[in-house]
Design a protein around this ligand. Sequence first.
Ligand SMILES: *[C@@H]1O[C@H](CO)[C@@H](O)[C@H](O)[C@H]1NC(C)=O
Ligand SMILES: *[C@@H]1O[C@H](CO)[C@@H](O)[C@H](O)[C@H]1NC(C)=O
Ligand SMILES: *[C@@H]1O[C@H](CO)[C@@H](O)[C@H](O)[C@H]1NC(C)=O
Ligand SMILES: CC(=O)N[C@H]1CO[C@H](CO)[C@@H](O)[C@@H]1O
Length: 757
Amino acid sequence: MPATSTASRSRVGHAYKHLKFLSPRARKLLSISFAAGLCFFALLSLSIYVKDPDSIRTRKNEDRSSQRRSLAVSSTGAKRIGRQKGMSVSSGNKPFRLILASHNRLFWYYPGNDSIHVLHEGEGVHYGVFPGEVDNNAQMKTVWNVIRPHNWHPKTSQEFLVQFDAETGREVNRVRIESRFTHDAVRRGDRVYVANTEGGEVQELHFPDMKLVRGMRLFTLKQHVNTLAPLDDGAVWAVLHNLGKSDAVKIDPNADPRPRVVAEVKEVGLKAHGLVFWRGQFVMLDSENGALVAVDPATGAVRHLWQAPQTEDPPKFLKGLCVVDEVAYFGLNVWGPRSDRDSLENNAELAAVDLNTGALLWRRTVQTRGLLNIVAAPGLGEASTYRAMASTGGVAEAGFAPSTTTSDSSTGNAAAITATPHGDGEAAGRTRYLGQETSSSSKQQHQGLKAAGTNQDMGKVARSGKDGGKAKDALALGINDTEVIAATQQLIDMGYRPKTSGRWASGRPRLDLKIKNSRQSWDAGISLPLMQVNIDKLKELVLGMPDEMWSPERQRRENAAVDGRKDNMNKFKPGVEALYMVFSDQSTEHVYRFPYYDYFKSAIEPLLEQIVGKEDVNKVVRLQFARMKPGTEIKPHQDMGGYAKFAHRIHLPVVTNPNVSFQVCPEVERQASLGRRVAATSTKDCLPIPMAEGMVFELNNRVMHLVLNRSNLKRVQMVVDVAEEPRVPRRLKPGTVCNYDHAVMVCPQENVLPDYP
Ligand SMILES: *[C@@H]1O[C@H](CO)[C@@H](O)[C@H](O)[C@H]1NC(C)=O
Ligand SMILES: *[C@@H]1O[C@H](CO)[C@@H](O)[C@H](O)[C@H]1NC(C)=O
Ligand SMILES: *[C@@H]1O[C@H](CO)[C@@H](O)[C@H](O)[C@H]1NC(C)=O
Ligand SMILES: CC(=O)N[C@H]1CO[C@H](CO)[C@@H](O)[C@@H]1O
């Protein structure tokens, strides 16, 4: 290949030219290598990172053939390896597990291997779950659980809080509670709150002796209080099922002269259950509609996060909810008569939905032997049924204040409060601070909706109530493409759940740049599958274009070129040909569209609009095709430039096949970050990420990655870097040659055109 010799010459030249921009360590390494007359890669085989002037980091092992061998092994064994890794990474020493309480049993469920461990069964109906004793290592030793008689054939009318050994299920203690038809029991510190549903009461008990501190009789049996969530200091939120349109209300137990409801959010769903505080919102179950929703407590706006397909027969009824690592785990029950609910034949499903993407991660039938009532993770902390938890233990705050805005505004006005009658049901999703004159006006609600729509959490907002289109909205929000869901699940199984932050104008999620730029960049995930697009037109254009368009010489004449840039393409990707359409310098501030952009514009822009949205197309800072010849590879490297730091790298495979393996190697870096020298064989920990023609994904390009061909076809990938802020791209005339000077692009002014009118 004629380009190689030129490129390697210029590579050496520019390495020298840019020596002053290297770290002292890298500079020393470089001079050693030149002095010794060694090639660049031999040096890197010392397993030391070198910062490249164009900011690619690479690691090369001396024994490349053994590396390839081990890589080949991993591509078959990766799933298994990944599973183990996933378990240890996300949950420390202990495997991640949930406690499920059903109409017949209390049991541990292990998502990692889909197995259960029963703690207690055969006595009655199980409800609320919270931790009891905890040992010095913060490991839960006992667990408390509500047991009440079977609905249909009760042997007793007594209801209990029972303490079990969390591992063996041995009964440690049993306290009778003066509560009937109990639907929840939760703990906060030395207080336990019990939903006495029949009595319309919330009881406050003292933990651990379970002595009654006070009863708060604020409701009727018909209001049917179920889930309790002691979120704000001293206050307790309660879900009122209402046997229909449900509300969430906030109880202030310390109000003067007696406990009362100080705020309410109307119409959160039909026969709703569950209330988990997550990112300033309530994640709840609109049970009868089969929907997982997020409720903004400030405005009452209800957004659909996920919806059970409404065509499902029999329809599903949602019950039991907890949130761990931004994933909601909840029960899907088959709706049936009361007599069926504790039937041993009646197994429920457990579902896992990614709250950031709305993607269903999995649904599995679990051996509940009756209606699934509670999903909890008491091993992670006492708040596991009412606050988002981290699998490493404790509440996952993610930078959000623990108390809702409602609490502040309502307590601030507490003196003036007299309870107003409950709403008329005319407006969907209303929040009312009782005693304040302001119920949410339509203006306020509009603002709330707008805020929810632009806070990049879920894109569109669906209102509950009369809005018949809400199910459709919900589906449009989430990623419902089966292949994308499967790819996401594959990554999660490997232990690399994508962490997202914000969304494109299209509503598609994007990786969390903060985490991606951290020292443990792999924590952001290694790939984020986005969507499946139709690439017919693009593929036709790419396969049909003159082959010489790939040649650097022709591109220099017809397209544009950048000189003086250390050519990473040739260093790490010797067999890869590039065709640039948009290019920017390190800062990503100066963005240029090359003439070839116009050649592909008609095929590319509609795809970009689908992927990031029309409004965000002006955030593209780099755009290229990369063609990989048969029998070539892209060596392990990390992208370290500004384009990786400030932008998201989106890949669209245009021509590929299953023999092409795109691999990411987070484990290699993890080991390196622990100061361990990584042996040549350790690249066996590279994981092939899911890839298919037309399946768009965001790559975490800060994590070491490589591509192996193993195919006899040319592979073409469209690679786009998209910043989070808009840029003003300028056009270059054909034949423009820019210079890369101190990582800044300098283009002849007379060749620079304004952007398209
Ligand atoms: C599932 O995993 C857990 C935790 O590692 C383990 O205790 C349990 O025995 C496993 N069950 C099966 C059936 O493999
Ligand atoms: C995915 O969502 C789209 C848009 O709402 C819908 O048309 C399509 O049928 C859905 N596909 C699946 C498999 O649910
Ligand atoms: C993929 O690899 C298999 C086995 O080596 C080979 O038979 C097949 O031709 C390859 N396919 C492509 C498209 O390269
Ligand atoms: C089938 C094929 O083309 N395999 C090649 C992939 O790339 C490696 C590394 O360059 C070659 O050794 C293989 O022959």
